[in-house]
Write a protein that binds this ligand. Structure first.
Ligand SMILES: Nc1nc2c(c(=O)[nH]1)N[C@H]1C(S)=C(S)[C@@H](COP(=O)(O)O)O[C@H]1N2
Ligand SMILES: [Mo]
Length: 543
């Protein structure tokens, strides 16, 4: 076996796998056909043990941060690039292995061998992809489409293999006569063939991927136009007449839905069909239920709540925190209907993407605000945020709150949630935190002949309220900021502080207290396992 065969095979594998990926992508964007690279990646992520995944994610995030990339925006894209690269590498490997075996065994390249290797490469991939069920089309349609692609891959492979072998034999053992007559012709032919092949593959890849990208951009634009930034249901915000105005440069108090941070375990949000979706409530209940989305909306009293949601993996000053208006029904009401049996202790929630979490029943009984949410900002819950149903639990990080709920089981046994199993904190209570969003050097205010620079940001303590925010500059004394009344008792608080102007390099720091007067943890800790702590600071040169 020569390494040369291996490399030639890998090259062929690459030349035919790239257009195949592009065609899959195009099929996915046009018709929602399966995109195998993501399915294989998601499948591996489910199979691999939690700590390996966590390590991989941490490594990726650290690499991105090191490169100075905004992690919130790009972590998913980096993961998706990894998924496509992995699949491409599998294509190279398959090409290399098949080529080497063909050469070694002197296999005849014909339609049959093409179909056989297409099937060998394709069947595991097709089984995984259809098994993951990421496409909403019928499995049969996907099967036919993927068979065409993979058998096409196999046949293309044997065609190229056959051609190359022919050139090789005519070139390596030329009869004297042939060599005299047409050496250059054959050489040009082989080169021309390779160039044509490369050009053909590149063309299909670029056109397929380009069209797909165009289509997906259009989709995004449509998405963002569906939601606007005004108050929900056309009503004014409850704090609209508060005299404390956010400093320019402070993040929006009410996050436009399209800008709400998103976190999910798979490569893409999970799409569930709202028309056929039903919520089964099973286990230790006297009256098992099977609720449609309409039944949930119509049979229970709706509840509305302004909510700030945040992710436990964010560092101090993270952008993985957002605020919107949640509508749903009290979990207490739904469980009352199901008639919980004595001795039951947990509500085990499963999700369409394989996510799961246990919620203690005592917590649900203690807080009627805990809701099954079906609308955000007055509109149907967006796909990326858990359509058709998600749970909200006040004062808990997002990791405890499944989206895309597909099942509820009332039980007396405890099962660790998806992220708890992966070494994150079991309770995951919100960490009291405060952030400086802006030192507004371009918005100097004058009062009584003195100039001030306004400084602004947020403070958040779950549902425990914020009583005080303090700022200090260059390690001086802590000074009290003004607080704007929040949208609700479960959102962040916007604060502002006016600092007597001084030129030079300055360090601004912020800290806050809960309603009960508890100071946030000032010591710096990592987000794992129970949420980052520490003081947020900003450096600014003022001239
Ligand atoms: N089914 C499901 N629910 C989930 C997750 C997930 O990956 N799958 N991620 C959780 C995490 S870690 C967070 S921070 C929140 C994020 O919700 P959002 O994407 O709507 O902001 O969803 C939570 N619920
Ligand atoms: Mo999260």
């Amino acid at each position: 076996m020569k390494p040369k065969f291996f490399f030639t095979g890998a090259l062929i594998g690459g030349v035919i796998t790239a257009p195949m990926i592009a065609l899959m992508y195009l099929g996915n964007q046009l018709f929602d056909l399966a995109f195998v690279p993501f399915d294989v990646f998601n499948w591996m992520a489910r199979l691999l043990p939690g700590p390996v995944i966590t390590f991989g994610i941490d490594l990726m995030i650290d690499t991105l941060r090191f490169l100075g990339v905004n992690v919130a925006d790009t972590a998913k894209i980096a993961e998706q690039i990894m998924a496509v690269s992995l699949y491409f590498a599998l294509g190279l490997l398959a090409g290399a292995v098949f080529f080497t075996v063909f050469k070694w065994q002197n296999v005849k390249a014909n339609l049959i061998t093409g179909i056989v290797i297409g099937a060998l490469f394709g069947f595991p991939a097709i089984a995984i992809s259809i098994g993951m069920g990421s496409s909403n089309l019928s499995p049969l349609l996907n099967l036919v489409w993927l068979l065409v692609l993979f058998l096409g891959w196999g046949v293309a492979f044997t065609k190229i293999y056959g051609k190359l072998s022919r050139y090789e034999t005519t070139l390596t053992i030329p009869s004297p006569k042939q060599a005299e007559e047409a050496p250059s012709v054959q050489k040009v032919d082989r080169r021309t063939f390779l160039i044509l092949l490369g050009a053909g593959a590149a063309t299909i890849t670029v056109i397929g991927a380009g069209l797909g990208a165009l289509l997906s951009r259009e989709e995004e634009q449509n998405d963002s136009m569906a939601h606007d930034t005004e108050g929900p249901e056309g009503k004014p915000f409850p704090n609209s007449d508060d005299p404390v105005i956010p400093v320019p440069g402070t993040r929006p108090e009410y996050t436009p839905v399209k800008d709400h941070y998103q976190v999910f375990i798979e490569l893409e949000p999970t799409e569930l069909d709202g028309a056929t979706w039903k919520l089964p409530i099973t286990g230790m209940v006297n009256n098992p239920l099977m609720l449609s989305l309409d039944e949930i909306r119509n049979n229970y009293e709706p509840r509305n709540q302004y909510v700030t949601l945040s992710c436990i993996s964010g560092r101090i000053g993270t952008s993985l925190i957002s605020t919107t208006y949640w509508t749903g029904v009290s979990v207490q009401d739904v469980l009352a209907d199901a008639e919980i049996q004595e001795g039951a202790r947990y509500l085990f929630i499963t999700s369409g993407d394989g996510f799961y979490e246990s919620v203690p029943l005592y917590l649900i009984y203690s807080d009627p605000r805990i809701m099954f949410c079906y609308a955000w900002d007055g509109n149907t819950l967006p796909v990326g945020h858990g359509f058709p149903l998600r749970i909200w639990i006040p004062d808990r990080f997002g990791m405890k709150q499944p989206k895309w709920i597909t099942g509820l089981e009332v039980t007396d046994t405890y099962t660790e949630g998806y992220w708890v199993e992966r070494n994150w904190d079991e309770t995951a209570q919100i960490r009291t935190t405060s952030v400086i969003d802006t030192v507004a050097v371009d918005h100097i205010v004058e009062k009584g002949g003195q100039q001030f620079i306004p400084v602004g940001g947020i403070a958040f303590a779950g549902d425990r309220g914020i009583s005080k925010v303090e700022i200090r500059v260059d390690g001086g004394a802590w000074e009290q900021a003004q607080l704007r009344s929040p949208l609700s008792e479960t959102t962040w608080v916007i604060w502002r502080y006016e600092w007597p102007f001084q030129t030079g390099d300055h360090t601004f720091e912020v800290r806050c207290y809960t309603a009960e007067g508890e100071l946030q943890v000032e010591e710096s800790t990592e987000s794992r396992p129970d949420g980052a702590t520490g003081i947020h600071s900003v450096e600014e040169t003022i001239s």
